[in-house]
Design a binder for this molecule. Structure first.
Ligand SMILES: Cc1cc2nc3c(=O)[nH]c(=O)nc-3n(C[C@H](O)[C@H](O)[C@H](O)COP(=O)(O)OP(=O)(O)OC[C@H]3O[C@@H](n4cnc5c(N)ncnc54)[C@H](O)[C@@H]3O)c2cc1C
Length: 313
């Protein structure tokens, strides 16, 4: 079975999820190539993770994501590169793009997969369903398959290969043209991509205290995360939720403030390299996974940490 890894890019830079997926198909022992769509893209970087062949479908009109344009290119790429399975990240783009390509190819599809293994020449796939209440193990039976993989579940492992990048001028016909991109909150780091994440939970007591999380994150150059309790209470937007029904993160440093460490929260952050927990309850389950724990009132300790960091920075 041959895989085509779609390497998502933004502003010409390949996203981490592409490196993770290259590492995944390599680990599965699959024959694979990569496909990149865009204008000026630093595609050679894929070689660092073991991609030997990358086809860059190049067009100024495709510099930014356009649903019908990208879907048309990828459906053609599957045929041109002779692949059976298309692998991409279950990112905002992947969630929109995957089903469009699957429809074009008459392919079966598995979304937001958290585990994939080879099973007698077939793929055995695990994906959470019903808001994470069950884990389904499935097989895709059609000839062509599309799989989106949850970001940060698989590590991007360096495995250098000298990538050959073939540039193909893309002249696909599509209707949707990006007129303007309006950036979201200025400078806001994506929780799945940040190297440091500071998350807050119900222990913060209310949104009026969230400046503590924001200030600590700002001093550390970190992204803001939140527990589901904080999101469900409407204190924080859903895109900050970490956990089984939120995002999976795997930063170098994860700071959990006023978070108890419920199993569903741990499912989204326990693979972080170092975990620091601040909680006033010494029995809180978060301390079982923490490398460093501070048993204290967060309203006393976090302002002191911010002050200390300000003095150092
Ligand atoms: C199907 C399903 C999916 C779920 N998915 C997710 C998910 O994706 N992500 C997620 O986070 N949860 C998820 N949950 C919810 C999860 O079970 C917990 O309810 C939730 O994580 C609790 O959030 P919390 O830790 O912020 O709140 P709590 O459990 O209420 O913990 C608050 C913590 O703050 C501490 N605290 C209070 N005051 C202070 C203070 N002044 N100083 C220091 N510490 C203090 C307390 O000791 C306590 O440990 C899911 C649940 C289900 C059933």
């Amino acid at each position: 079975m041959k895989a085509l890894v779609f390497a998502e890019q933004r502003d010409g830079k390949i996203k981490k999820t592409a490196f993770e997926n290259v590492s995944l198909v390599k680990k599965l022992g699959m024959d694979f190539e990569c496909a990149v769509i865009g204008d000026a893209v630093d595609a050679i970087e894929l070689g660092k993770y073991g991609a030997a062949k990358v086809v860059h479908y190049k067009s100024a009109k495709l510099a930014n994501y356009t649903p019908d344009g990208y879907a048309a290119v990828l459906a053609d790429a599957m045929a041109k590169q002779g692949a059976d399975v298309l692998v991409m990240g279950a990112t905002s783009m992947g969630k929109d793009l995957g089903p469009r390509v699957a429809a074009k190819l008459n392919a079966s599809m598995a979304t937001d997969c958290t585990h994939i293994e080879m099973d007698g020449g077939d793929l055995k796939i695990v994906r959470p369903m019903y808001a994470g209440k069950v884990l389904a193990t499935i097989k895709l039976t059609s000839a062509k398959k599309v799989v989106t993989v949850r970001p940060n579940v698989y590590a991007a492992e360096e495995n250098p290969a000298s990538a050959a990048v073939e540039e193909v001028a893309s002249d696909v016909d599509f209707k949707t043209v990006v007129a303007e991109i309006v950036a979201g909150a200025k400078g806001k780091l994506d929780v799945t991509e940040a190297d440091i994440v500071v998350s807050g939970g119900r222990g913060l007591k209310g949104p009026e205290n969230w400046h503590l999380i924001e200030d600590l994150a700002a001093q550390l150059g970190a992204a803001n995360g939140a527990s589901r309790a904080a999101v469900d209470a409407g204190w924080r937007p859903h895109d900050e939720q970490v956990g089984q029904t939120g995002k999976t993160v795997s930063p170098s440093l994860y700071v959990a403030v006023g978070i108890s460490g419920a199993i569903q929260h741990l499912a989204g952050m326990s693979s972080s390299k170092y975990i620091v927990a601040i909680n006033k309850d010494p029995e809180a389950p978060i301390f079982k996974v923490a490398d460093y724990g501070i048993v204290a009132d967060l309203f006393e300790v976090v302002p002191r940490m911010i002050e200390e960091l300000k003095n150092r920075n």
